[in-house]
Design a protein around this ligand. Structure first.
Ligand code: GLC
Length: 732
């Protein structure tokens, strides 16, 4: 099946030649940019596709007719604009017909896929003036007012609302009958597949051009739709909305910008990585090219992690999201695994790590904003309207996980932990996760810091002890000799151990030993060295090795993937930043940066044919060395890879991170970097930071000068004065 055919077509037909092509190349596939010899192209033909921040522009040239379409969604409107321009570059007058085409889904996503005998008999689409209205499910008499519409800014010469009629028998979208014969059928749709196709006709003198706006919208108010259709009759309004969108992104990126010696880093950090973080924050795992919108919804752990990638830019939206997440916690401290944004219904799942991610998002929000009072705000539970303070929610999360321990005194793994596919639980209900133990230590220590800011000394004491007991337990039970084991299975046998035949070593428990601070220096260095030796590859760090060769129900769904794919020894881009962070904590800048560049999309542009997914957004994973497609990315866009890679590069490698007391400056970079700059908004002030590295070290700030004054330590205090402050950090 052609995978990249999202609809939204514009067919251009030259009436004098009875010939047609697509303004977007697909679906007609007329050769536009056919190469004639090396590097040159056929005169009057060409193709270009550009993706920018919230827009895509596709330009094509065929037979000296240049067409350019920019697709975008205005900031505050429920509609998509296609800003279309067409120009005659030939020496003759040309008569052209423009046919647009969109196909509507049948309103109810699940029924649209499963119950055609019903849906294909309820569809309805009609024409009115220069628009098509899709009215399946539109019954205002019973208060069902939702509909969709598609409209042209210009007077139309014909329309089609019915797919079968427009396409014609034995044809496809590549050669619709209406287009090939040069005339719409003016069909309405009443049962069958509803579409919107509008036909405009133009005559262009040599060098003459024309612009159109097409809008595709959804509404529950006919007057509102008519208002937008009227608004976009004027091209200027579309141009203004596009300018507003660009302005929005320019402002957004002013919150954080870095200038490093590496252009690929700059490209990722200043633009694309932040953009992906924002997209991921908006959509969680709800709907994308890989998620259907009805399967996964808002992941509880995912959405908590997603906040890390945007909290510097949209703290208020993050706060609102955290409140939503808090309301998905149960009174006993456990939480939903995912919930659906439209119905608000949640699913539990029994993943052992879920509850703890709240501590990551809340502490991240407080570090960024300094809003400690947030801990005293209240939120309800999913199983009770009773409200408790945010701080209490966090305590319950920890207490729940700390209260669900197995035979070794480590957290029971439940259905799974962060690794959805490590399903170790059997009839004994005894499988335990070493990684959740480490994560619990990290979370408990964070809550200790929060307890202290609230002067809750008893809590501080209790969680200090909890963390230290768990740390000791992990160190005495889970050290395998060269690395930390990953788990104990249902029979108490180690998983992720040199004693296993498969899945001998797992990235998570090594990186998190360092991140959680449970390992001493010797073990930290040793286990991260073993990550390098056993898991690192030329395309990134694999999650486990060797992969499982078959499905063993005692190990879980991980073995259902082919070796090298996804959690079964794939290069999980979500977990790679944990290796970068661990290396940065250890001060090994070259290694941390090497892990960074191995998976960062901009660097992989050089091998785009191997990588396959977009060379500007992170994929969930890259196939590991055990798979024939080693190096191939899959499941791009909505993934924890976005936020965590941004955290790793900005907070641990470039090393400027928000903490409770201020902005920590603690870079860990390749030693050959001479200097770099960061401009960052933080708590109502702007920080212009320059890091110099005269001694060519990897880590360690020797001098910190803020607004001309030397300060002790490496924390820049929050000024909250809306001014710009100059920070000079000298490494050495
Ligand atoms: C997917 C899930 C995430 C999970 C990860 C590892 O990315 O969205 O929640 O932690 O896989 O299994």
């Amino acid at each position: 099946m052609p995978a990249d055919r999202p609809g939204r077509y514009i067919y251009i037909r030259d009436d004098s030649k009875d010939e047609f092509w697509s303004a977007t190349w697909q679906p007609v596939l007329k050769p536009l940019a056919e190469k004639k010899g090396q590097g040159s192209r056929v005169r009057g033909q060409g193709y270009e596709c550009r993706h920018g921040m919230s827009y895509t522009t596709i330009k094509s040239e065929y037979d000296n007719i240049v067409a350019e379409t920019t697709y975008f969604v205005p900031l505050k409107e429920n509609l998509e604009v296609w800003l279309f321009s067409i120009k005659n570059n030939s020496k003759k007058k040309r008569s052209l017909a423009i046919f647009t085409y969109v196909e509507f889904c049948l309103w109810h996503a699940i029924m649209d896929m499963t119950d055609f005998q019903y849906t294909l008999n309820i569809s309805k689409a009609v024409n009115e003036k220069d628009a098509v209205y899709h009215l399946t499910g539109y019954f205002p008499n019973v208060g069902r007012n939702d509909f969709a519409y598609f409209a042209s800014s210009e007077k139309i010469k014909g329309f089609d609302c019915d797919r079968e009629t427009f396409i014609g028998p034995y044809n496809s979208e590549a050669n619709p009958l209406a287009v090939s014969r040069g005339k719409s059928f003016n069909s309405i749709n009443s049962g069958g597949n509803p579409i919107a196709s509008l036909c405009n006709r133009i005559t262009l003198k040599p060098a003459e051009g024309k612009q159109f706006v097409f809008i595709l919208g959804t509404s529950d108010d006919k007057k509102e739709a008519d208002k937008f259709i009227g608004k976009y009759k004027d091209i200027k309004n579309a141009e203004n909305e596009f300018a507003a969108l660009r302005e929005y992104w320019t402002k957004y990126f002013e919150n954080y910008a870095a200038k490093t010696p590496d252009e690929n880093v700059n490209l990722m950090v200043n633009t694309w990585n932040q953009y992906q973080c924002r997209t991921t924050f908006n959509w969680s795992r709800s709907a994308s090219y890989y998620e259907s919108g009805i399967g996964r919804g808002m992941g509880f752990r995912d959405s908590n992690q997603d906040t890390l990638g945007v909290v510097h830019a949209i703290p208020d939206k993050v706060k609102a999201r955290i409140k939503e997440l808090l309301a998905n916690q149960f009174e006993n401290g456990s939480s939903h695994h995912q919930f659906f944004p439209l119905t608000k219904k949640g699913e539990k799942g029994g993943y052992s790590d879920d509850p703890l991610w709240l501590i990551l998002s809340v502490s991240g929000y407080i570090k960024e904003t300094g809003n400690v009072d947030f801990l005293r705000e209240t939120a309800p539970f999913t199983d009770s309207p009773h409200e408790e303070e945010v701080f209490e929610h966090l305590k319950r999360a920890i207490d729940y996980v700390a209260g669900s321990l197995g035979p070794h005194g480590l957290p029971l793994i439940g259905f799974a932990d962060w690794n959805d596919c490590l399903n170790l639980m059997g009839k004994n209900k005894a499988a335990e996760s070493v990684w959740v133990g480490q994560f619990l230590v990290w979370a408990a220590r964070e809550v200790v810091k929060l307890s202290k800011t609230l002067s809750k000394n008893d809590d501080a004491k209790r969680y200090t002890k909890l963390a230290s007991d768990m740390k000791d337990r992990i160190n005495s039970l889970a050290w395998d000799g060269d690395w930390y084991i990953r788990a104990f299975d249902d029979d108490g046998n180690p998983v992720g151990s040199s004693k296993n035949n498969e899945g001998k070593i797992d990235l998570l428990t090594q990186a998190w030993a360092v991140i959680s601070g449970i390992s001493d220096d010797k073990r930290s260095v040793r286990c991260m060295d073993m990550v390098k030796r056993h898991l690192a590859s030329r395309h990134g760090v694999m999650l486990i090795t060797p992969p499982y060769t078959t499905y063993d129900p005692k190990i879980g769904a991980v073995g259902t993937f082919a070796p090298g794919l996804k959690e079964n020894g794939g290069i999980f881009c979500h977990a790679n930043p944990w290796a970068m962070i661990a290396e940065a904590i250890l001060g090994r800048g070259a290694q941390a940066f090497d892990y960074y560049r191995k998976i960062a999309p901009a660097f992989r542009n050089e091998i785009a044919d191997i990588h396959q997914t977009e060379p500007y957004v992170y994929s969930q994973y890259i196939a590991g060395s055990a798979h024939p497609a080693f190096g191939r990315g899959r499941n791009s866009w909505l993934t924890g890879s976005a936020a965590w890679n941004l955290v790793a590069i900005t907070q641990y490698l470039l090393g400027v991170r928000a903490d409770y007391e201020g902005l920590v400056v603690d870079p860990c970079v390749p030693a050959h970097w001479k200097n770099f700059k960061i401009r960052r908004v933080f708590r109502d002030a702007i920080y212009d930071i320059e890091v110099k590295n005269p001694k060519r070290v990897s880590k360690g700030v020797k001098d910190l000068v803020v607004d001309g004054k030397r300060i002790d330590g490496n924390i820049v205090p929050p000024f909250k004065d809306k001014r710009t402050h100059k920070v000079e950090a000298k490494m050495g």
